[in-house]
Design a protein around this ligand. Structure first.
Ligand code: ATP
Ligand code: MG
Length: 377
């Protein structure tokens, strides 16, 4: 299996042999220079989609109107986009139209931050805006005048805080002042787009500092449904190493309104998981029953987030109802009514888990007949 970076270089060389130019761009360049492994590789090329398509065996036209195709090499997808510029963001949401076939320089100029505006190919790095130096100094700074760049696209303001959090960088002074001036324009951005960036911010190791900066600039005020109390509690949350599955736990724990969580697209299952976990994140100690209500994985996540070391579930008397030495048939044999069976099993389960009853068949059967007598009198 070839490494992703080698596959990206194969694409670059293939395009060059066809007379074009191509570079790895954006996040993958930033991550590579930081010594991190990029999650994916985006490429930019001088060739038009029509010219790229015949060069590779598997090409998916994922966004032709924006100049994007996806090349699949050894099952790895690579987004390859024709150099483009974007013009007039009249609604502060999306560019009105893109122009294909511009220079690499123009393509890099439209990008948001200096650290995201570099291009890399095997023979060299293109860094027109001081991205390397900002990486070294750990600074988030817009390409060009921040006022203009945030006027074009207000989403970039929350992206600034997102990268602060993910990379544990600080915000360039002028960039921060521009956000403070234009904060209210974030309201024009579609909530779903804001939520995607805000979630990435919440999952980053620099969450607290990024949220403080959001409060400082006033941007926090304009996030729908995020009150200043919620922001304050999020900024001070002791929860660490929160992963995507646990972002709802973090939000609920901070008092984010339950009925608004939907914008952070999660399944019903994740919602229930969050409700189970949020009840436990503040507890110093867990009862055996509380540990029993979690899955192994949830208990692990709880330990990770809280830094506590609750014993794993192997120390429990039983780990599920199936481990109980009696079952539904025994309940029927003991003369229980159908609607009583679930309740009786739950009663035994609770007593066995909490250690008040031993998980022994004879003991449990005796307890069932006691339970039955009590319920009949
Ligand atoms: P990640 O690793 O989290 O995906 P990324 O840098 O790849 O980070 P993306 O949102 O995937 O971030 O965007 C890819 C690139 O596209 C960015 O690095 C940046 O150059 C450019 N970009 C994305 N969104 C914007 C925007 N709103 N304004 C200007 N440039 C943008
Ligand atoms: Mg990306």
């Amino acid at each position: 299996d070839m490494k992703m970076s080698e596959l990206a270089n194969t694409i670059i060389e293939t395009i060059e042999r066809a007379g074009g130019e191509a570079y790895v761009v954006g996040g993958a360049v930033r991550d590579t220079l930081l010594g991190r492994v990029p999650g994916d590789y985006d490429l930019a090329t001088s060739l038009l989609p029509d010219e790229v398509i015949p060069l590779f065996p598997v090409v998916i036209p994922t966004g032709l109107e924006h100049g994007t195709v996806t090349i699949v090499l050894e099952h790895v997808p690579f987004e390859v986009t024709t150099f483009r510029s974007e013009s007039t963001y009249s609604d502060r949401r999306r560019p009105d139209h893109v122009t294909l076939g511009v220079s690499l320089e123009e393509d890099l100029t439209r990008r948001d931050f200096t650290i995201n505006a570099m291009a890399l190919k095997p023979t060299g790095l293109v860094d027109l805006f001081g991205g390397q130096s900002d990486l070294a100094n750990k600074i988030i700074r817009t390409v060009g005048r921040p006022e203009e760049r945030f006027e074009e696209d207000a989403l970039r303001m929350i992206r600034a805080f997102r990268f602060m959090s993910q990379l544990e960088f600080s915000l360039d002074d002028l960039t921060e002042r521009a956000i403070a001036k234009q904060a209210e324009t974030i309201q024009h951005v579609a909530i779903e787009r804001v939520a995607i960036e805000f979630e990435k911010l919440l999952l980053g190791p620099g969450r607290a500092a990024a949220l403080q900066a959001m409060l400082r600039t006033g941007l926090a005020t304009y996030l729908p449904h995020v009150t200043s109390e919620v922001m304050g509690r999020l900024a001070q949350s002791p929860l660490q190493g929160v992963s995507t599955e646990n972002v709802w736990t973090l939000l609920l724990d901070a008092g984010f309104p339950q009925e608004r969580l939907r914008v952070f697209k999660r399944s019903k299952k994740q919602e229930q998981r969050a409700k189970r976990l949020v009840a436990l994140v503040r507890l110093e100690q867990l009862t055996d029953w509380q540990r029993y209500t979690l899955t192994d994985e949830e208990l692990l996540a709880l330990n990770q987030m809280t830094g506590r070391s609750h014993a794993d579930r192997t120390t429990l008397a039983i780990r599920s109802l199936k481990d109980l030495r009696v079952g539904g048939r025994d309940m029927i044999a003991a003369g229980l009514k159908k609607q009583e069976i679930k309740e009786a099993l739950h009663y035994l389960e609770q007593h066995v888990v909490s250690g008040r009853l031993e998980n022994q068949r004879s003991i449990l059967l005796e307890e069932v007949s006691k339970w039955k007598n009590q319920h009949e009198t």
